[in-house]
Ligand binder design. Structure first.
Ligand SMILES: [Zn+2]
Length: 215
């Protein structure tokens, strides 16, 4: 089985299922629930491979008139084999992406679901840094920036969702004269959460265009 679903599509499917669960809980009219369900199934089906039994089973499970949160939480991982996982990177591979960082704090892989990641992001609270690894023009690039301890409510530049964001300041250019170009963007403090909210890859691409190191 060839995985064909991207992590951001998987996030979209997850959001659709969660919205359906909420609708089941709040909408009393049976016909209205059917309308919501049909729309949800249609939205999700367009992202799933039509000839895949796992995908067909998944859509079948959405058909009954009730779906509890617990059942949804169990159902969603059943399509993970169809999702292209983010590559699991060795310490050596990570060091290559952050050559200038002397003591690179490693991401906590144990708490990471690779099927949910469009990009990898982790914090080094001690040095108040955030590290990002993201696909850019068919390869992975590493971005580092300062991330202050302050958290505010705002829109994240990457996932475009309102949440707990912090100012991420990256240096993108050092001129020979010792001047810097510094960019500040508010992004989610919690990158795992950010990935779960990321359903459109374009804002991430735009963000990378701004913050990637330039020569
Ligand atoms: Zn975000």
């Amino acid at each position: 089985m060839e995985p064909t679903i991207t992590a951001y599509e998987y996030s979209y499917i997850t959001q659709q299922v969660n919205a359906l669960v909420s609708a089941y809980l709040s909408v009393n009219d049976k016909r209205m629930r059917r309308v919501v369900r049909d729309t949800t199934v249609e939205n999700i089906a367009s992202h799933l491979p039509a000839d895949e039994p796992i995908a067909q089973d998944f859509l079948q499970q959405l058909q009954p008139d009730r779906l509890t949160r617990e059942a949804a939480a169990k159902l969603l991982p059943t399509i993970e084999p169809l999702v292209v996982p983010f590559p699991s990177l060795s310490q050596k591979q990570l060091s290559k992406l952050f050559r200038k960082v002397k003591k690179l704090k490693q991401p906590e892989w144990a708490g990471v679901d690779l099927h949910e990641l469009t990009y990898l992001g982790w914090n080094d609270g001690g040095s108040q840094k955030k590290y990002l690894v993201a696909p850019y023009q068919d390869r992975l690039i590493g971005i580092q920036g300062d991330m202050g301890p302050k958290t505010v409510k705002g829109v994240c530049a990457i996932c475009q969702t309102i949440g707990n964001v912090s100012l991420f300041v990256s240096t993108t250019k050092k001129s020979g004269l010792g001047t810097f170009t510094r960019n500040g963007n508010y992004i989610c403090r919690d990158s795992a959460q950010c990935n779960r909210q990321l359903i459109d890859p374009q804002p991430l691409a735009d963000f990378l265009e701004i913050v990637r190191p330039k020569r």
